[in-house]
Design a protein around this ligand. Structure first.
Ligand SMILES: Nc1nc2c(c(=O)[nH]1)N[C@@H](CN(C=O)c1ccc(C(=O)N[C@@H](CCC(=O)O)C(=O)O)cc1)CN2
Length: 289
């Protein structure tokens, strides 16, 4: 996303630490020191965990990112902060994984092509070839990485190789139906977002729409979450629902769920790339627009 003509470069600072008086003063004093101008600032104090969370969008002329980082390090250390400081305009290098259902992949590629999402997609990876032509239609390289019980480790090694080779910032599981190993989840902690096709915690597993049909629910939904080794248990980023009824077959529910899945995933990716998500243990603090 280009810097607007005449505007100073913009940055995003996110931080979390044990709550105590003076944290906002410490951050705003540092911003004064570096000549930063606040565009937007949000904070949350988790009373149960006694944790403080903050997101600051600011502009600062003539101070390179690395200099801002080395300058803020002192503030971060003094207050025991976990912090991140990024350029607000740098697009996220996003690897998209898909299996047999392509509606979320298609939606992400379209939103990327129109600039609706600040991402670049250096590659699409799949354990099937169904969406090779879709990727080609967006000039995105396609990698077929088949997964069988015998090739699961090799497939994951290839995935991590691509993450390094392509300098990936974010991995999106856009209806990728293979369970990632503990090793891969640890290696990519906080960098993998999955779209699960149910309103979690209901209907975990591979066939949630059939489970929903059999249960006779009147609402179905989708959940975007960070991926952890425990299937469908990761910290929830965003959820959405739509109304259904007794006349609808499992296939009708699959069709009704597609748009919810695509919208929920796109929102989660947008919030992640705008540094609006901070992990609070097994929960996610969201600083929305
Ligand atoms: N470590 C994790 N990996 C993945 C997660 C996750 O939460 N943690 N989510 C899945 C996506 N998913 C539901 O959203 C899901 C995918 C696959 C299965 C499953 O049972 N897969 C079977 C094979 C199914 C098939 O080949 O079609 C299996 O792996 O044995 C359940 C839920 C993505 N990865």
């Amino acid at each position: 996303m280009a810097v607007e003509e005449g505007r100073a470069p913009a940055y995003l600072l996110t931080l979390s630490c044990g709550d105590r008086p003076g944290l906002v003063f410490a951050v705003s004093s540092w911003l004064m020191q570096v000549g930063g101008n606040i565009v937007d600032s949000q904070q949350f104090d988790d009373p149960l965990g006694n944790q403080f969370f903050m997101r600051v969008h600011f502009e600062a002329a003539d101070v390179p990112l690395e200099q801002l980082r080395s300058s803020f390090a002192g503030v971060g250390d003094e207050h025991g902060m976990t912090w991140h400081l990024f350029s607000a305009d740098a697009p996220y290098r996003t690897l998209v994984l898909v299996s047999r259902f392509g509606h979320c992949l298609n939606d992400l590629l379209f939103r990327q092509s129109t600039g609706a999402l600040n991402i670049v997609v250096p590659a699409v990876v799949s354990n099937h070839r169904d969406f090779e032509r879709l990727a080609a239609s967006y000039d995105v390289p396609f990698h077929h990485v088949p997964v069988t019980p015998d090739t699961r480790d090799e497939a994951e090694a290839r995935l991590l190789e691509l993450v390094d080779e392509l300098r990936i910032d974010l991995v999106v599981l856009a209806r990728y139906m293979q369970v990632l190993s503990d090793t891969t989840c640890q290696r990519l902690r906080g960098q993998v977002i999955n779209i699960h096709h149910s309103f979690l915690p209901s209907f975990k597993g591979a066939k949630p729409y059939h489970q929903a049909h059999d249960r006779g629910v009147k609402l179905i939904g989708a959940t975007a979450h960070y991926v952890t080794p425990d299937l469908d248990e990761g910290p929830i980023i965003e959820q959405g629902v739509t109304r259904v009824n007794h006349r609808m077959t499992p296939d009708d529910l699959v069709r009704a769920g597609r748009d919810v899945e695509a919208q929920v995933l796109a929102t989660a990716v947008q919030w992640h790339t705008e540094q609006r998500l901070l992990l609070d243990g097994s929960r996610v603090v969201v600083f929305p627009r």
